[in-house]
Design a protein around this ligand. Structure first.
Ligand code: F6R
Length: 616
C-alpha cells in the first residue's frame, strides 16, 4: 500500500524524507515523490520507479534550506503508475501539495465540478481532487487547517493525508479516515507518517490519529481536532504521545511475526476496500468503474471463460459457481498453462476473464494474448495496477487489496472472490437476477468484514489444532459446490507453506479412489458449512469416520452435530452460500500458517517458489 512521510523541524528535510521513503519500500510501490517548501515557495520531484531513482533525481536540487516537506510512495489504484500520477499532487498554482493514502470514492463527481469551476488537472488520480478542493476552500477561509477540514467535508472515502502550503510554510496538516496516520513527536521537530517504520530512526514517541481527526503539526507543537464540527464547533482532542516498543522489523510487519499473518489480519479492511464505492445496496447493483463503459458488450456475453494459475485459478472456480447460479451465464474455468496450449473453441460472444494478483503471470498473460489473437473480448481481475495483464486485457476491475508481500496469496484471493461477487451482481442484474436477490447479495457482502473479524478472534483455538496436526504425513481436503474449490485452495497452502502433501477433492469424488488412503494416521479436512450440500458432506464425513480417519471439520456456528465425528471442529458465522468461501478460507489460512510456523518454515518465502511467476 502507499506510504506517507512528512517532516517539519530544523534539519535539512530532503535526506530525512528519502530515508523515510526507503523505510517504507517493503510495503511495495510503483512511484515516489517529495514536495518541500523553501523561502522561494514549493518545489517537488516525482519519479516512476524506485526511491533510489528519486534520490538521484534530487541531486543538486538546491533545496538545502528546506526544513519542511512531505513524501510518498504510491501503489496505483486510480490511474496507471507514472510520474504524472505519482504523489504529492498540487493545486492549479503549485502552492498546496498533498500526499494521500486511500481512495476518494466520489472523485469523479468532485473532479467534474472543479473542472467546471475552472480548475486544471494534471493527473488521472483521485488524490488530485483533494489539492484542488483545498485550493477552492482556501479562497473561502482564512487558514490551511480550516481549508483542509472544509475540503474533506465534501469527500467520501478513505484517507490518510499530509498537506503543506507555500502560503503557510510553518505547518503540516494531517487528517485520517480509515487509513492509518501517526504523528511522530521529537525535540524541535515533528513528523507525520502512515507507518511507524518510516520515522522510528528519529523518534519512538508517536500519536495515533483516530478516524475523523485532523492535526496541525509545527516544528515544536501539535494540535488535534475532530474533523467534523460538533454542536459547539470543532472538538479538541487531547492526545498524549505513546512510546513504540517494537523493533524495526516488527514495525514493518505491524507487530506480526510474518507478512502472511499481517495480510490475513488485513482481510476485513481488504474486503472494505474492494467493495468501497462499488455497491449500490438499495438498487442491488454493483458499479464497477473499469467495466461501466462496456455494459452493452457485457450484456451480450453468452459464455465466460476464466483462466488463471494457482490460487487465482481457485478464485476462478468459485466465480464459476457464482456466475452460473446467480448471473445465469455459462462459465468455464481453465488453468492458463493448459488453456494456452490446447485449442480452445471460442464462440462469438465469449468473454475471456483472466484473474491474477500480480498481473504478470506468464501463462495467464499468454492465454490473454491467445484469446485476443482469436478476436475474443478479454477482461482482467487484477491487483497490480498498470501490470501487463491489466494493460493487455480490453478492460477490467482492480482488486484494491494493496500489495501482497507474502509469496502465499491470502488477502488477494479474498479480494478476487469479492470482485467476482461484484461482477456476478453486475452481470446478474443485467439478466434475470431480481432486485430482491441483488439487494440480498449486496447486504451480505457489506457484512463480511465483521464476520471475518469474528473468525480472526478464534486464532488461539486454531493454533491448538495446528499443534495437534503439525506432524501429519499428508492430508485430504474435501468440500462441495462453492467449497470444493476451497478444498483446493487450502491444499495449495498445506503444500507450499507446511510442505505437507495434500489431496483435494470435491467430496463426491472421494469414493472413486482416494478413500483407500484413509486410516487412523491419514487426516481429512472437511469443509462443511450448513448449506445446500451439507447433508452430502455429512455423509462423506461419516464414511471417513467409519474408516477411523481423523477429521478436522469446518462448519457453521450453532451446528454441533459434527463434533460426534470430527476430532476438531472450526466454526464460522453464517453468510449467503455463495459468499461462504470468503469467510471459510480465513481459519484455514490461519491453520496452515500456524502449522508452518510450528515447523519453523520460512513462511513468507517458501522454498522453491517466487511471488511473481513471469516465466513458464
Ligand atoms: C499460492 C499462490 C500462487 C498464485 C499463482 C498466480 O498461494 O500465491 O498459486 O496464486 O502463482 O499468481 P497471480 O495471481 O499473480 O497470477
Amino acid at each position: 500500500m502507499c506510504g506517507i512521510v512528512g517532516y517539519i523541524g530544523k534539519k535539512e528535510v530532503v535526506p530525512i524524507l528519502i530515508n523515510g521513503l526507503k523505510r517504507l519500500e517493503y510495503r511495495g510501490y510503483d512511484s515516489a515523490g517529495v514536495a518541500v517548501l523553501t523561502g522561494n515557495g514549493a518545489h517537488s520531484k516525482r519519479v516512476l520507479g524506485r526511491v533510489a531513482g528519486l534520490e538521484d533525481a534530487l541531486q543538486g536540487n538546491g533545496w538545502q534550506t528546506a526544513t519542511i516537506g512531505i513524501a510518498h510512495t504510491r501503489w496505483a489504484t486510480h490511474g496507471k503508475p507514472s510520474e504524472a500520477n505519482a504523489h504529492p499532487h498540487t493545486d492549479c498554482k503549485g502552492n498546496i501539495w498533498v500526499a494521500h493514502n486511500g481512495i476518494v470514492e466520489n472523485y469523479q463527481e468532485l473532479k467534474k465540478a472543479l473542472i467546471e469551476a475552472g480548475h486544471e488537472f494534471k493527473s488521472e488520480t483521485d488524490t488530485e481532487v483533494l489539492a484542488h478542493l483545498i485550493e477552492a476552500e482556501t479562497e473561502k477561509t482564512d487558514n490551511l487547517f480550516n481549508a483542509v477540514r472544509h475540503a474533506l467535508s465534501h469527500v467520501r472515502g478513505a484517507y490518510g493525508l499530509a498537506v503543506i502550503s507555500a502560503t503557510e510554510p510553518d505547518k503540516i496538516i494531517a487528517a485520517r479516515n480509515s487509513s492509518p496516520l501517526i504523528l511522530g513527536i521529537g525535540p524541535e521537530e515533528n513528523l507525520v507518517a502512515s507507518d511507524a517504520s518510516a520515522i522510528i530512526n528519529l523518534t519512538k514517541e508517536v500519536i495515533y490519529l483516530d478516524d475523523n481527526e485532523i492535526a496541525e503539526v509545527t516544528a515544536d507543537s501539535f494540535r488535534v481536532e475532530s474533523l467534523e464540527f460538533g454542536p459547539h464547533g470543532s472538538e479538541k482532542r487531547v492526545k498524549h504521545p505513546e512510546t513504540i516498543e517494537w523493533d524495526e522489523a516488527a514495525i514493518a510487519k505491524d507487530g506480526h511475526a510474518h507478512f502472511m499473518h499481517k495480510e490475513i489480519f488485513e482481510i476485513p479492511e481488504v474486503i472494505r476496500n474492494s467493495i468501497r464505492g462499488r455497491l449500490i445496496v438499495e438498487e442491488g447493483r454493483a458499479k464497477l468503474g473499469g467495466i461501466e463503459n462496456h455494459k452493452d458488450e457485457l450484456r451480450d456475453v453468452e459464455r465466460v471463460l476464466i483462466t488463471a494459475c494457482g490460487t487465482a485459478h481457485v478464485a476462478g472456480r468459485v466465480a464459476e459457481y457464482m456466475l452460473e447460479e446467480y448471473a445465469g451465464v455459462p462459465t468455464e474455468v481453465d488453468i492458463a498453462s493448459e488453456f494456452r496450449y490446447r485449442k480452445p473453441i471460442f464462440g462469438k460472444n465469449d468473454l475471456l476473464l483472466a484473474i491474477s494478483q500480480s498481473g504478470e503471470t506468464a501463462d495467464t498473460l499468454a492465454a490473454v494474448k491467445e484469446a485476443k489473437e482469436k478476436g475474443v473480448t478479454t477482461m482482467g481481475i487484477v491487483n497490480v495496477v498498470g501490470s501487463s495483464i491489466s494493460r493487455d486485457t480490453d478492460f477490467g476491475v482492480y482488486n484494491h487489496a494493496g500489495p501482497e508481500i507474502s509469496v502465499a496469496s491470502t488477502k488477494a484471493f479474498v479480494s478476487q472472490l469479492i470482485v467476482s461477487s461484484l461482477f456476478t451482481l453486475f452481470l446478474g442484474r443485467q439478466r434475470e437476477m431480481s432486485l430482491t436477490m441483488g439487494k440480498r447479495i449486496a447486504e451480505e457482502l457489506k457484512q463480511l468484514p465483521e464476520l471475518v473479524k469474528v473468525v480472526l478472534q478464534q486464532e488461539d483455538a486454531i493454533k491448538a489444532i495446528a499443534a495437534k496436526y503439525k506432524d501429519m504425513p499428508a492430508i485430504m481436503t474435501l468440500g462441495r459446490k462453492y467449497n470444493a474449490p476451497l478444498a483446493a485452495e487450502v491444499a495449495i497452502k498445506f503444500k507450499e507453506l507446511c510442505y505437507i502433501p495434500a489431496i483435494d477433492l470435491p467430496a463426491g469424488e472421494m469414493k472413486h479412489g482416494s478413500l483407500a488412503l484413509i486410516d487412523k494416521d491419514f487426516p481429512t479436512l472437511a469443509i462443511a458449512p450448513v448449506d445446500s450440500v451439507y447433508e452430502k458432506m455429512k455423509s462423506n464425513i461419516e464414511e471417513i469416520k467409519a474408516r477411523v480417519g481423523p477429521i478436522i471439520a469446518l462448519t457453521t456456528e450453532g451446528n454441533d452435530e459434527l463434533s460426534q465425528y470430527a476430532s476438531d471442529v472450526i466454526y464460522i458465522p453464517k453468510t449467503l452460500e455463495m459468499l461462504t468461501p470468503i469467510v471459510a478460507v480465513v481459519p484455514l489460512y490461519l491453520l496452515t500458517y500456524h502449522i508452518a510456523a510450528l515447523k519453523g518454515h520460512d513462511i513468507d518465502k517458501p522454498r522453491n517458489l517466487a511471488k511473481s511467476v513471469t516465466v513458464e
